[in-house]
Design a protein around this ligand. Structure first.
Ligand code: 475
Length: 816
């Protein structure tokens, strides 16, 4: 059952859009105009549902979730929307009749790359699931003019290119200038007495307009499209006429430029915060705009602000949107005349916080003086929250200054956003079982003791619509042929795949699909990067942001080890394997960029050596993004999930690979632990130190990487390749920095991520997974088992858990 649109109507709509929007016939139109006409025809259908649903939601008095996130990594929308409206097949047929090809049309759409990695992509999966489950939601963020940079590889290095994704216009967005709000920065505060008591006057501030752009996000067969609201910054006056009239045109433009820089660019750091002023401006910009919007809307619909928590709940995606809390306090008190206690009570019922990382460098802190100058009133409010919070701690821990100053929101001239979230929010959650435990027992231990009921762990998920139905149409078709298409709406139905694991025909078809996907990736890489790969080798994939804790370097050392084996003994059998890496490094992260140089140098060595070039092939896929992932993941045999145990909060790539029938080679980290529980010991390859082992070594400082170097010859020989001149690099910089970091390190911290510790067990696990692979009967069952057990990693399950434990939203009930 699709949306009620006949093929004839689809055709008319597309041709009509071409004619009316672009004044073109099909013959005259460009590919871009054809894409836009298709997109507009789909948008009409969605917007109609969206408008009805939002009205209906108000009539039914439903609570709405606001999901605040500095990032939404959406990718492309066109085909996803066709799938979710059940119109894909009809569109494909109509386009074929018109002599067009959907794949080419799809490529006209630019990825909405408004995110760095896991955190932003999770937000995108959540919108899809929320809509699919008919829960009302608005996601709020910034309409970055430049999304995450595009990555090119030039002369063996990463080069960043700007991503001007709005250049050719964006057909999905609807500007709503009538809902603009003003966001104020800087200035001074003044206390004045009025009849209603003490009032805070904010003077000499400068303000920026926030203009919302709304995107409907269509879930699968949904009655309740989600809204993604992106705020764009604009100056209050386009030109300063005072300067303009004197002929100083550049000065006349200055204010405009200063204002608009706020929504110009997404900071490209993943799992890292640097405390820069513009970043703070961005965070206040979108949170202030969102809170003003919520209050305005609530007053218009319901009048009384005391009922706010009955109609709104807010999820803070990592600490980036934390300023929403003091901003709501400010609005309720300064603009609406509410008292502190009432306002605080409302905030503590509305807000919830998700933590996504325990990496110290990612914990958001702001220098107190800078903060105070930029946001004086918000600073004051945080200070009062802090004072009251510390007072309450004093009652629990009298005299324990150390503990209290560790838990304080402001301490040592820094404002710590995670502490603010925990002090105020109703619930605080981690993103996997293990991560949930780690935040309770280590990261936020002192808080957990005081507020045991606040903390929970909710394991992440991924949407099977994008990561199966969209990315892997052949596999989706195979599954539909056997178990129907119910699994796309009800993840529990995926369990039925397990019944097929004794069906030889199914398993053979499953592997044939994998083979076709590998050919598809082969052709794609040939076309986009001119790289040749052999689909009859194992595809072993490490794809995620480049970060030392994700240990791309461990994988490289292992490849060097295999290379050494072959060079040492040409008779040795090594199963032919293609090692695919895909990773962006943050532009300022020097060591991460060096690791990319190393991967490319190793590729050069291994791929060009006649002794190894047909056995080992190393490929670096440029510009990893949602659209690249959609091609890469379905083609993968081995999924590398090899982070240092305890450091990957959850991982979601691990789930995408699993769902697409790849087998995991991984550590007991994040959600790998739960993948292990789901598929069982026989269908996953686990290696390396556990989180407990690592934390013991950390605590007692007992880890001595040099020992492993001395004792493990394979490891030593692999590592020596980094400095012995084997690797050719364009500008002659060798890899001594990486070598040094593993053996000597900085400040006595060598090999912080335990690569040398885990090397031997990784090598062993790799051998095991390869012997499983060559046993075709064993492998196909294993691969299919991974897909069969992936239902619980659907983000629909995740959203249901959030809803039961935190949000308590009601679905829109049947209409009419
Ligand atoms: C985790 N980003 C994954 C994923 O929960 C997890 C932090 C600070 C500044 C900029 N970006 C960040 C993250 O912390 C992040 O993406 N975390 C990731 O969140 C979703 O699956 O393990 O690393």
């Amino acid at each position: 059952m699709g949306y009620d649109l006949s093929k004839e109507e689809i055709k008319e709509k597309i041709l009509g859009k071409l004619k009316r929007n672009f004044g073109k016939t099909l013959e005259e139109a460009t590919q871009d105009q054809i894409y836009k006409s298709c997109a507009l025809s789909i948008r009409d259908v969605i917007v109609e549902k969206w408008t009805d649903a939002n009205k209906q939601m108000l009539n039914q008095g439903l609570k709405r979730l606001y999901y605040l996130s500095a990032e939404f990594l959406m990718g492309r929308a066109l085909v996803n929307n066709m799938i979710n409206l059940h119109l894909l097949k009809d569109y494909q047929e109509v386009l074929t009749d018109l002599g067009l090809n959907l794949e080419n049309i799809e490529e006209q759409e630019r990825d909405a790359g408004l995110g760095n990695g896991g955190l932003g992509r999770l937000a995108a999966c959540f919108l899809d699931s929320l809509s699919t489950l008919d829960f009302p939601v608005t996601g709020c963020s910034i309409r970055y003019e430049f999304g995450l940079f595009k990555q090119r590889i030039l002369d063996g290095e990463q080069v960043e290119v700007d991503d001007n994704w709005l250049e050719a216009g964006n057909v999905w967005e609807i500007a709503r200038p009538e809902e603009q709000v003003e966001v104020k920065y800087g200035g001074e505060l003044e206390e004045v007495w009025t009849e209603r008591g003490l009032k805070i006057n904010h003077k000499n501030y400068y303000s920026v307009l926030a203009i919302p752009y709304d995107y409907p996000v269509m879930g699968y067969m949904s009655e309740m499209p989600a809204t993604l609201r992106l705020w764009s910054a604009r100056a209050k006056t386009e030109l300063d006429m005072h300067y303009f009239n004197r002929g100083d045109y550049s000065k006349a433009m200055q204010e405009r430029e200063l204002a608009e820089v706020i929504s110009k660019v997404l900071y490209p750091e993943d799992n890292h915060e640097q405390g820069r002023q513009l970043r703070l401006k961005q965070f206040y910009f979108f949170t202030s705009a969102t809170m003003q919007h919520i209050v305005r809307k609530h007053k218009a619909n319901y009048g009384d602000l005391h009922t706010l928590p009955n109609y709104f709940t807010v999820q803070i995606n990592d600490t980036h949107p934390t300023l929403a809390i003091p901003e709501l306090m400010r609005i309720l008190m300064d603009e609406e005349g509410m008292g502190w206690d009432e306002a605080f009570d409302i905030c503590s019922r509305i807000f919830n916080y998700t933590n996504h990382t325990i990496m110290a460098e990612a914990l958001e802190r702001w220098e107190e003086d800078m903060f105070k100058a930029l946001l004086p009133r918000i600073y004051e409010i945080i200070k009062v929250i802090n004072d009251k919070f510390c007072d309450s701690l004093w009652k629990i821990y009298p005299g324990e200054w150390d503990k209290i100053s560790k838990m304080a929101i402001i301490s040592y001239h820094e404002i710590r956003m995670a502490n603010l979230c925990i002090a105020v929010c109703n619930k605080v959650n981690g993103v996997s079982k293990l991560h949930g435990e780690i935040i309770k027992s280590r990261t936020f231990r002192d808080f957990y003791i005081v507020f045991p009921d606040k903390f929970l762990g909710i394991t992440n998920g991924i949407t099977p619509r994008r990561w199966l139905a969209k990315a892997n149409q052949p596999l989706t078709k195979l599954l539909c042929d056997h178990i129907g298409d119910g699994f796309l709406k009800d993840y529990k139905e995926m369990d039925r795949i397990e019944d097929l694991l004794d069906n030889q025909k199914f398993l053979d078809d499953f592997m044939e699909v994998k083979h076709q996907n590998k050919i598809h990736l082969r052709d794609h890489l040939k076309k986009t990067q001119g790289i040749e790969i052999n689909e009859n080798t194992i595809f072993d994939v490490h794809a995620k942001r480049l970060h030392e804790y994700k240990r791309q370097l461990l994988k490289v050392l292992h490849i060097l080890h295999l290379y050494n084996l072959k060079k040492e003994n040409p008779q040795v059998h090594i199963e032919p394997c293609t090692f695919l890496f895909a990773a962006k490094a943050s532009p300022g992260y020097v060591r991460a960029k060096n690791i990319i140089r190393l991967i490319l140098a190793v590729a050069d060595l291994v791929n060009n050596d006649p002794d190894t070039k047909d056995i080992l092939r190393v490929v670096f896929i440029e510009n990893y993004s949602v659209s690249e992932a959609e091609i890469l993941i379905p083609a993968t045999d081995i999924s590398e999930q090899i982070s240092t145990a305890g450091l990957e909060a959850s991982g979601t790539g691990n789930m995408k690979f699993m769902m697409n029938g790849a087998v995991t080679l991984g550590t007991m980290d994040g959600a790998n632990v739960e993948i292990y529980e789901a598929v069982g010991d026989d269908n996953i390859f686990i290696f390396g130190a556990t989180e407990q082992e690592i934390s013991r070594m950390e605590r007692f400082g007992t880890y001595k990487p040099g020992l492993y170097y001395e004792q493990n010859t394979d490891l030593r020989l692999a590592l020596n390749r980094l400095i012995d001149g084997s690797l050719h690099v364009a500008n002659d910089r060798q890899f001594s920095d990486l070598y040094h970091s593993l053996l000597f390190g900085e400040m006595q911290r060598a090999d912080q991520y335990y690569l040398l510790y885990d090397f031997a067990s990784y090598t062993q696990a790799y051998e095991q997974i390869v012997s499983a692979y060559v046993d075709k009967e064993r492998w196909k069952r294993m691969a299919a088992m991974n897909t069969a057990k992936s239902g619980r990693f659907s983000s629909d399950r995740t959203i249901n858990e959030y809803n039961e434990l935190i949000w308590h939203l009601r679905k829109m009930s049947e209409r009419k």
